[in-house]
Design a protein around this ligand. Structure first.
Ligand code: SF4
Length: 347
């Protein structure tokens, strides 16, 4: 049966205050409810124990609290945890907890499926069904924070928007979720600990720069040669590297914030010296960091991890050009939780 009650977390704090005033109660009641909803991530009016029974009843008559449910949790031998997260309408996305000795990172989804079509990505095989709401993104973070405390005895330290979906194609909701995550009345996390990873939507990168956002930006680049990039990320034909580069220059001018590039090196695709030379040319206009990421096969013959010698060539050339480079070995491969592998395969 369709529930016609409104999701209370779609209301701003001001709207909650107005609701109580319209019911003859004090506006302050709205602040109390807001604190339960966001500060305490409470999913039941019944549990809002500092509200009277009548107030809880009033809320129950008018609203629902749509929330996620961790449907299934898988733990990798390296400690990585993958959650299959069921949304209120039954759709499923995935999020991942990645522990290291010094930090716990949540990798969260922003869309159900993805509207883009990167050839190396398992999520691309699921068509985009809808954008996630801010509370659905927020809840993924809360669930991983709880798991981090439970299994690793420490709170979540970092968040990356690198799960299912292209975050900048769900721009408003991602920004609203980050507002709540960083709000002292929400999770109070520093924006410096949040990275939004995009495949490169130039217009939206410029908008982030105009908004003077304080979180970090990462770009899944994978090639700085249009022809190559279009062959593995077909939307590059619509948003070519020239436009991406211009948007990133604008980002740097406005924010002075370093750009991270995510980059997988594949055999026979981008493992030549001219590929790395193009990468250097592309990113040397601003302080940059290149993460060379190990490839996680998704059962497609087109892609194969490059030889170690190609990775070494990338490392040496980037370092010679004063570009910070790290090689990231993948985590959670045994449970399909590694980068590019999220495709609701748990069920
Ligand atoms: S890599 Fe990211 S943007 Fe590309 S299809 Fe996968 S989820 Fe979408």
């Amino acid at each position: 049966m369709q529930n016609s009650k409104k999701d209370i977390r779609a209301l701003t704090k001001e709207q909650l205050r107005e609701f109580f005033v319209s019911k003859g109660d004090k506006a302050f009641r709205g602040n109390q409810v807001y604190e339960w909803l966001w500060g305490k991530a409470c999913y039941s009016f019944e549990d809002m124990t500092n509200l009277s029974k009548q107030t809880r009843q009033l809320l129950d008559e008018n609203f629902v609290i749509n929330h996620i449910r961790v449907d299934q949790m898988q733990r990798s031998s390296d400690g990585t945890i993958k959650n299959a997260v069921q949304l209120h309408d039954g759709l499923v996305v995935e999020s991942v907890l990645i522990p290291t000795s010094s930090r716990t990172t949540a990798c969260v989804s922003s869309q159900v499926g993805c509207s883009l079509d990167c050839k190396f990505c398992a999520t691309a095989k699921l068509k985009r069904m809808r954008n996630l709401n801010p509370d659905e993104i927020y809840d993924q973070v809360v669930a991983i924070d709880n798991e981090s405390r439970l299994y690793f005895d420490r709170p979540l330290s970092n968040i990356v928007f690198m799960g299912m979906g292209e975050p900048l194609m769900n721009f408003n909701n991602v920004l609203l979720a980050i507002d709540k995550i960083t709000d002292p009345e929400g999770l109070g996390m520093s924006p410096k600990r949040i990275t939004v990873s995009t495949s490169g939507v130039p217009k939206m990168i410029k908008k982030l720069a105009d908004d003077q956002v304080k979180f970090k930006l990462a770009v899944s680049l994978h090639s700085a040669i249009d022809e190559v990039r279009t062959s593995i990320m077909p939307f590059n034909a619509t948003f070519p590297l020239k436009d991406l580069r211009e948007a990133l220059e604008y980002w740097y001018q406005q924010t002075k914030s370093r750009i991270t590039y995510e980059y997988v090196v594949w055999k026979g695709i981008n493992d030549r010296q001219k590929d790395v030379d193009a990468l250097v040319q592309f990113c040397k206009f601003a302080p940059s960091k290149v993460n060379l990421i190990e490839y996680n096969p998704i059962g497609d013959d087109m892609f194969e991890q490059a030889e170690e010698s190609a990775i070494k060539m990338y490392q040496d050339t980037l370092e010679r050009n004063n570009i910070t480079v790290t090689v990231r070995r993948s985590r959670g491969k045994d449970i399909d939780a590694a980068c590019g592998q999220l495709a609701n395969k748990i069920a």
